[in-house]
Design a protein. Sequence first.
Length: 491
Amino acid sequence: TWPEAGNIGGGGYMVIKLVDGRTAAIDYREVAPLAATRDMYLDANGKLTDKSIVGHLASGVPGAVAGMAQALERYGTMSLREVMQPAITLARDGFVVDSGLASSIRGSERVQQFEGGAMFFPNGQPLTTGARLVQPDLARTLQAIADQGPAGFYRGWVADSLVAEIKRGGGIITNDDLARYKPRERRPIRSTYRGFTLLAMPPSSSGGVTMTQSLNILETWPTTAPHGSTQWYHTVASAYQRAFVDRNSKLGDPDFISVPLEQLTSKTYAQSLRRTVRDERATPTRVVDSLMQAPIREPMNTTHYSVVDRFGNAVATTTTLNGSWGSGVWVRGAGFFMNNEMDDFAAQPGMPNMFGLVQGEQNAIQPGKRMLSAMSPTIVLDSAQQVLLVVGAAGGPTIITGTSQIVLNVLDHRMNLADAMRAPRLHHQALPDSLTIEIGGVAPAVQDSLRAMGWALRPLRSLVNVNAIMRVKGGWEGVPEPRRSGGAVGY
Ligand code: DON
C-alpha cells in the first residue's frame, strides 16, 4: 500500500532481539550489478549525470525478498504463505488510495516517464484520494514468492520480467546478478550509553557505527544540557558533525574494504574527538566551497517499522527504494518499482549525492558491492538487558540523527515516547557544513546564540520520519511519526 517506497524492488536492514537472548542483524541491502563500473555515471567530459537517480541504470540488485525470507526462516514461526497472504489480498482486491498516496502520485513526474504511468495515471490523470488501486501483476508476483520462496523472485518469470525491463532501458542487471544475490547475517553493533545497551546495524549501513560514535562523544559530557538549549544544540551537532566526517570517508561495504570498526566505536576514540569540540564555538567542517552544491531536492521514501510481539521478541527493520518511486522504472508484468540505490554510492568521490553527502573512495562503485547506507534499525536494552525501545527511521542521512535523538530524548531527558517523538530535531552531516533545525522548533534567542557561535543554520519544515515502540508499565506504547502519516497498531 506504499508503492513509492516498495519494497520488493529494493532492500534494507533488520535488527532482531529475541526473548531467549539471541540477537541478529540481517543485511539485505542491494548490491551493484556485476557489470557496474566505478565511473558508470560520468559523461564523456567526466561530469556526473543523473543516471544514478532516474531510469534503468540506477538500480542495485534487490535484496528485500531474500532478506525477509531469511529472517523468517531463521527466526520466524509462521510460513511464508501465511505472512504474505494479507499483502497478496491487498494487491489482488485493491485498497483505497489515501491523501498521502494521492499527493505522492501527483508529484511523481518520474513515474509517468516509465511503464507504471498507465497504472498510476489512468487516462493520463493521477489516481486521486478515494480511488481503488488494484495491482493484479503485483499479486501474481507476491503469489510466486509465497509459493516458491525467494526463487519465485530471483529465478523464473519474475526474474525474467525484471531483466527484460532493465534491458529495454539500457540497464545492466542480469539473471546472473539476481541468481547470485545473498543477504548477509551480521553481528549487531552492541554499544552502551549511560548504562543502557544499544543493538544497532553494522556496515554495510553506517547507521550503527555513526550513532554509536555520536552517543560515545556525547557521553563524555557528564551531564546533558537541557533539551532545546543553545548548549544542547552545540554539543549534539558537534558530535554528529565529527561522526559524519568519519562516516563519509571511512565506511563502506566490509566485504570490499576494511572498516576500522573497533576504533570508530571505542570510548577512547570518542574522548579524542571530544577534545576537538570548543566550548563556545562551532568548528567548520572543511573549506569545501567548491563542493557546496545544493543537494537535489526531491521527496524521499523509505519505510521503517518497529515490532514487538506478546512475548517481548523485538524487530526493527528499515527498507527502501531510496528516492520516492525509486528509479521510476516499473517492471512490466510483475508490477513493482525498482530502486535507485546506486546513488548511495559515491558515484564521483568528493561530489555530493542526492542527500548532499560528500563521500570518498571507500564507497566508490565496484561490482557486487553494497552501497553505504544510513539506515539505523535499533533496539535499546535497559540495565537488565530487557528491550526498552525499538526505533528507526526514513530520511537518508537524517535517519542516523533522528533515530539517535529519540534515544537521547528518552535516556537523557526522560521524555515519554510521545514527547520524545514530537520534540524538535536537529541534523548535521559534516558536509554541507550546516546545522539543520526545524522551523518553529528553536527559540529565536537560541538561534541567535548558535549563529554567534559560528553555526550556519538551515531551517527545514519537517525533519526525518521515525517510528518507535517503548516499554511502559504494563505493556508497550507505539508512536508513529507525528510529522507524517504512519500508524501504530496493537493486535
Ligand atoms: O540507505 C540509505 O541511507 C538511503 N537510501 C535511505 C533513503 C531514505 O531514507 C529516503 N527516505 N525517506
